[in-house]
Design a protein around this ligand. Structure first.
Ligand code: URP
Ligand code: ZN
Ligand code: ZN
Length: 466
């Protein structure tokens, strides 16, 4: 099958050009003005923007919090209607199992033959015994060249101490494994939670009180010191506050290879959302916690000025009615509410409407944060870019569409969206995954299992850029 998209404006991370895009099979074969080629399907994209399919490097389809599990890859079509064609999922090392074994077995039962997007995985080390540390370099050959450690979540099996992080940094660097951290000080949070609960402060709002910016800043700085000691690059996921951002900026300016992302919700949602009545605040319980306008402004500036280099969703599909309510009732508190919020479908919608249209991001910068740099960080060499030879993951974006975000139009299969009622201008009208049309007029038309595993290559961009 061949495809010609004519008369659109092609947006890359560097510039915008009026050009046609020609695809043969799964690959982009030509980009240029007035291409003189015949194709099986020709689309007139006049007035539309042509963007690369998004790469969301931070999603959870297997995360379990106090026994409650999120929606899985059977909901990945939500990403496609939101213009995202590649997902990277965090897979916890299971107790008693190896790192690769844990990902491989999860893939077999829950991903291969189910996913509608292309996909890759980050390993999450939960048990840093010697033989597991020895396994870290092997992640490179398996196509899983990134690993995250959770500095937060004291008492949970996936919490990591500093020795685990240091060992991962030391062992991973020669094999080009990019080490990522969820940076929050678990002990500080634990003390605050216990004090708040003792005082009867159990409502969802106190989630934010138990995780002030200083807990994130401290852990970020500590992780940076560990990376300095190991002389290894480090990637800080879901940066939410200006204090943590300052630590990353300062370390980078001192010559360390320290990088970070933020997430959609930290750019547009507010700490006060946690105070919504009737327990609705629970919908906004995620970690790090939501912040204030001052932090949002710092984050918008950071993504625009390249101090942070990706915007992910941190999608975490817990239902409000059943799962978020685990934190309500006699003897329960905010600390029992599963952490995380859904956001897979609305990353592009929100970033376009509240970023590009409000002058906070250029379209090229959006493409870089949404697709191009996340692909590079994770060693996905054929993704995230409209370029000859790359996978034909293409979004035809209609800037004139107007709507309102609502759970009623959501494919995440979660009973709420934290962006309910948000104005939406523009949408992914048509989406191609490796040349296959998977979204038409904003509707999902693809097939279950059509997504494919894309192995990441080691020595991603955190190893290369300075
Ligand atoms: O609250 C969040 N972010 N839940 C998902 C797990 C994590 O910490 O990333
Ligand atoms: Zn996290
Ligand atoms: Zn996360």
């Amino acid at each position: 099958m061949s495809l010609l998209i004519k008369n659109g404006t092609v947006v890359t991370s560097e510039d915008e050009v009026k050009a046609d895009v020609y695809v043969e099979g799964e690959t982009i074969k030509a980009i240029g003005e007035n291409l003189d080629v015949k194709a099986d399907e020709v689309i007139d994209a006049k007035g539309k923007f042509i963007l690369p399919g998004g790469v969301d490097q931070h999603v959870h389809f297997s995360f379990t919090y106090k026994g409650s599990k999120v929606r899985g890859f059977e909901t990945s079509n939500a990403a496609l209607v939101g213009g995202t064609t590649t997902l990277i999922e965090f897979v916890n090392q299971e107790p008693g199992k190896g790192l690769i074994e844990s990902i491989d077995s999860y893939r077999k039962t829950d991903v291969d033959g189910i996913a509608m997007t292309d996909y890759c995985f980050h390993s999450v080390m939960t048990d840093p015994r010697d033989e597991v540390i020895m396994e870290i370099p092997k992640l490179a050959e398996a196509g899983y060249p990134t690993m995250k450690l959770f500095m937060a979540y004291k008492g949970m099996f996936f919490h990591a101490d500093d020795d685990a992080i240091l060992k991962a940094l030391l062992k991973g660097k020669d094999a080009g494994i990019t080490i990522m951290v969820h940076a929050e000080n678990a002990d500080m949070i634990d003390v605050l939670i216990k004090d708040l609960v003792k005082e009867g402060k159990t409502e969802p709002y106190y989630h934010a009180v138990s995780r002030p910016p200083v807990v994130e800043a401290e852990a970020t700085r500590r992780a940076i010191y560990l990376a300095e000691l190991a002389d290894a690059p480090l990637y800080v996921v879901h940066v939410s506050c200006k204090e943590a951002l300052e630590e990353i900026k300062e370390a980078f300016n001192c010559g360390q290879r320290i990088y970070g992302e933020t997430c959609t919700h930290y750019l547009v949602l507010d700490k006060e959302d946690l105070a919504k009545p009737d327990f609705e605040g629970a919908k906004y319980v995620c970690s790090p916690a939501l912040r204030t306008k001052e932090h949002r402004e710092a984050l918008w500036e950071a993504v625009e000025k390249k101090w942070l280099n990706a915007i992910s969703s941190d999608h975490c599909g817990f239902d409000f009615k059943e799962q978020k309510h685990m934190g309500r009732g006699e003897g329960k508190s905010f600390a029992d509410i599963p952490n995380g919020a859904p956001g897979l479908q609305n990353r592009l919608n929100v970033l376009w409407t509240y970023g590009v249209l409000e002058g906070k991001l250029t379209r090229s910068r959006l493409v870089d944060l949404f697709a191009t740099t996340p692909a590079k960080i994770n060693g996905l060499s054929n993704k995230g870019r409209l370029q000859v030879g790359f996978d034909a993951d293409i979004v035809i974006f209609d800037p004139d569409f107007e709507g309102v975000i609502s759970v009623d139009r959501n494919l995440e299969q979660v009973d709420y969206t934290p962006y309910e009622g948000f104005r939406q201008k523009g949408r992914a009208e048509t989406v191609f995954l490796r040349g296959n049309k998977v979204v038409d007029k904003g509707e999902y038309i693809g097939k279950k299992g059509e997504g494919r595993f894309v192995p990441g290559k080691p020595f991603g961009s955190c190893y290369q850029e300075q």
